[in-house]
Design a protein around this ligand. Structure first.
Ligand SMILES: Cc1cc2nc3c(=O)[nH]c(=O)nc-3n(C[C@H](O)[C@H](O)[C@H](O)COP(=O)(O)OP(=O)(O)OC[C@H]3O[C@@H](n4cnc5c(N)ncnc54)[C@H](O)[C@@H]3O)c2cc1C
Length: 406
């Protein structure tokens, strides 16, 4: 049976992440929104802290490291719940994103590629790549949503893989120390031949072509990467090099079961930030939000607030469920997509509605509300858009294959 009561250990680590968000991220949030592509030097302090924490074997500060819960012993309580790596990473991602999601995506050693490594690496690889900062490079100029359309190739040449292709919109693509790259080992075999490879930043043939200017998450670098006869060691392939046509590309897709709840958590963090700000504004304006009176008998803004808070709660619970399932080794693709769809939509709805309800000040740069409105949109796009999540949910619920429901 599912038990979403948070154990003390997780509450302590989430609280620590919240302190980081409040004391380090919030004060510099606007600075790096205005100074796009400026390196947030304050994060170097965090890198040292994260390093210290992982050395000491305690919880990590932030988010996207999540996923590996093999060494987490299931708790011995009567319900036999294991709240491990995914749940911890989810809560930390939520708290740090409450502070600033662009900065959260820039925390050293906590990239989306780290979650991919944690999800599919062998124990030997995990030891080797334990202390890397890995970004995730799937998207190419010719596709975004259709992850099966990878054209980047990887050819084995002696003891090395040789990679060729172009990857676009790579979050932390310039700052990370490693990049997890999706490439095909044999394009004639279709999606089953798509594998992920860990490419070190200094690998010969890898270069950053440019950085993107964006609507939001400006503190996060988004890079175009070129792989031109890029050589990496043979054992930097994640998972098995065998191409199993029966299994399709389930191996690499497994990554999303871990990363989608994390992105949901980021959206939930930004949503909570906006709701807290809005509550303060409404309270200042003398508008009472009552939990004892039906919404239709309250001020219209209070009724909107209650509706948005209910959306926030359901997004939060869906994300907890998806992470709990991952920690408890239950297949969670459906729940991961449900959580991301709900949280992504809620994030954009709530932040923009909060800008609206706050009036002119909500649109101004005096507050961070307008920034959260811009930042939240990406959380409904990357790691699979709103439409793609709904498609996955529909396929699972209706029992249709990807060929039957496109
Ligand atoms: C700031 C930023 C950071 C990013 N970071 C990363 C990263 O770190 N790594 C990475 O690999 N990628 C990254 N991306 C890329 C991102 O994952 C893609 O943009 C996303 O998957 C959508 O792909 P697309 O932009 O090509 O849109 P398209 O796939 O062309 O889709 C366009 C629109 O059509 C809709 N659509 C597509 N197919 C269907 C369908 N079958 N049914 C209904 N609607 C459909 C989509 O939902 C969308 O609204 C990032 C993008 C941005 C903007």
């Amino acid at each position: 049976m599912i038990n979403l009561e948070l154990p003390k250990k997780l509450r302590a680590s989430a609280n620590q992440a919240h302190q980081v968000a409040a004391q380090i991220f919030r004060p510099i949030s606007r600075k790096y929104d205005l100074g796009e592509h400026e390196y947030p030097v304050e994060l170097d302090t965090m890198a040292a802290m994260v390093d210290g924490l992982s050395d000491s074997g305690t919880q990590k500060i932030s988010g996207a490291s999540g996923g590996r819960s093999d060494d987490e012993k299931p708790s011995t309580d009567v319900l036999l719940n294991a709240n491990g790596g995914n749940m911890s990473a989810l809560l930390n991602a939520l708290e740090t994103s409450w502070g600033d999601v662009g900065l959260m995506l820039s925390i050293p050693y906590q990239g989306l590629g780290n979650a991919a490594i944690a999800a599919v690496a062998t124990d030997e690889q995990l030891a080797r790549f334990g202390k890397v900062w890995a970004s995730m490079a799937i998207t190419e100029p010719s596709f975004g949503s259709d992850s099966a359309a990878v054209t980047t190739t990887a050819v084995l040449d002696g003891d090395e893989w040789v990679l060729n292709g172009e990857k676009i919109f790579v979050t932390a693509g310039q700052r990370s120390t490693h990049i997890v790259v999706w490439a095909s080992v044999d394009r004639s075999l279709g999606r089953a031949a798509i594998k992920s490879f860990v490419v070190p930043r200094d690998a010969p043939g890898l270069s950053v072509a440019r950085l993107e200017h964006k609507l939001g998450i400006k503190a996060s670098d988004t890079a175009v990467l070129l792989l031109q006869d890029c050589r990496i060691p043979k054992d930097n392939i994640l998972g098995s090099p065998e191409v199993n046509v029966e299994k399709g590309f389930a191996g690499v897709m497994q990554t999303f079961d871990n990363t989608r709840p994390m992105v949901a958590a980021m959206a939930i963090g930004v949503t909570r930030a906006a709701l807290e700000e809005l509550r303060a504004i409404l309270t200042d304006a003398g508008i009472e939000i009552s939990y004892d009176t039906p919404p239709n008998n309250q001020h219209a803004a209070a009724a909107e607030f209650l509706r948005m808070e209910a959306d926030y709660e359901s997004a939060y619970l869906l994300a907890l469920r998806a992470a709990w399932m991952a920690d408890n080794k239950k297949p969670n693709s459906l729940e991961a997509s449900m959580s991301k769809a709900k949280a992504g939509r809620t994030g954009t709805d709530v932040t923009l509605k909060s800008v609206e309800l706050a009036g002119a000040v909500g649109y101004s740069q005096r507050l961070l509300l307008e920034k959260w409105g811009r930042d939240s949109k990406i959380l409904d796009i990357f790691e699979g858009t709103q439409q793609i999540q709904q498609l996955i949910v529909a396929r699972r619920v209706l029992g249709k294959t990807s060929a039957e429901l496109k």
